[in-house]
Design a protein around this ligand. Structure first.
Ligand SMILES: O=C(O)CCC(=O)C(=O)O
Ligand SMILES: [Fe+2]
Length: 314
């Protein structure tokens, strides 16, 4: 497979304190972060049984009637639509999803009659949240930032959220499950079922992320690309729907408080004599623009807001 696949990283050295193993893993991680922002992890500490149970429960939930699912519709004052959403007709993405913030959040709306779905979702959330802190620390170290710099900058876990999605089968005219995009938040994890369909752009080509039981996909988002002044890349990815089959997945977004000011760090600009490639912005303003993209998709693809909105032409 060589270049036509994304690397799989064994995280066990990070749990065992195996310095030599860590060093080797870091070399692969830094290369992946610098080139396209994507890889898979194994031995990550999230139990396989839990991953399987969460996918099973997601199937149970999405196979409920529309009427039943709509009982978990989001409240209008939720910052992101916590609960069940079917993509708007004008949106080209062929999926439905259920979103929740951390288990204690008042915004969460779980279905009343499905305690096992909630249980699996919340257990997985806790595990993914721990993994988010570990991966952020790995990003911190890979960028050569002072110890705990990102952890202190991003110290509020209440903004993290997780989504479970069902992608409908492709139809004869359209196999788009989720249009190509970059995530805004610092780090994302994806657990996909055996159907596959997730693809990442690497050197201008779409590379399928082949499902392998127990692996978790990791990708970087725009925040890290901006703060590192493009040293690390926000991964461009999409989901292609399968023929004749539904696809189920979970995506966990290790996120950031909305009131954080984002700009290229001095370590990657003034300290090394490089011009900043982005102007600064509040994270919440960028998130709001992205939500508007989803609710009222611009008719022209080029009008969709990406991180390029904040780019400085040097
Ligand atoms: O479902 C997947 O595999 C990916 C989901 C994703 O990229 C997203 O929700 O941002
Ligand atoms: Fe994504």
């Amino acid at each position: 497979m060589g270049d036509a696949s994304i690397p799989t990283i064994d995280l066990s050295p990070f749990f065992k304190g195996d310095e030599d193993g860590k060093k080797k893993a870091m070399e692969v991680i830094i290369k992946a972060f610098s080139e396209y922002g994507f890889f898979q992890i194994v031995n990550h500490g999230v139990p396989l049984d839990l991953m399987k149970k969460a996918i099973e429960q997601s199937k149970v939930f999405f196979n409920f009637s529309d009427e039943e699912k709509k009982k978990s519709s989001p409240s209008p004052d939720s910052p992101l639509p916590a609960g069940y959403t079917r993509q708007a007709v004008q949106c080209r993405d062929n999926n439905e999803f259920f979103l929740a913030f951390p288990p204690a959040s008042n915004f969460n709306i779980f279905p009343q009659n499905l305690p096992r779905f909630r249980e699996a979702f919340e257990e997985l959330f806790v595990q993914m949240s721990k993994l988010g802190v570990l991966l952020e620390n790995i990003v911190n170290e890979s960028l050569g930032l002072p110890t705990n710099f990102l952890k202190e900058f991003n110290d509020d876990r209440n903004w993290d959220f997780m989504v479970t999605l069902r992608y409908f089968p492709a139809n004869p005219n359209d196999d788009n499950g989720l249009l190509e995009h970059e995530d805004a938040n610092p780090v994302t994890f994806v657990i996909q079922d055996e159907v596959g369909g997730l693809q990442v752009r690497k050197n201008g080509e779409w590379i399928p992320v082949v499902p392998a039981e127990g692996t978790i996909v990791v990708n970087l988002g725009d925040i890290i690309q901006v703060m590192s002044n493009k040293k690390f890349k926000s991964a461009t990815h999409k989901v292609v729907s399968a023929e004749g089959r539904d696809r189920y997945s979970y995506a966990f977004f290790h996120n950031l408080r909305g009131d954080r000011w984002i700009e290229p760090l001095p370590q990657f600009t003034t300290d090394i004599g490089e011009a900043p490639k982005y102007r600064g912005f509040f994270f919440k303003d960028y998130q709001e623009l992205r939500v508007q993209n989803k609710i009222n998709p611009p008719s022209r693809r080029e009008d969709v807001i990406h991180i390029t909105h904040y780019e400085i032409d040097n």
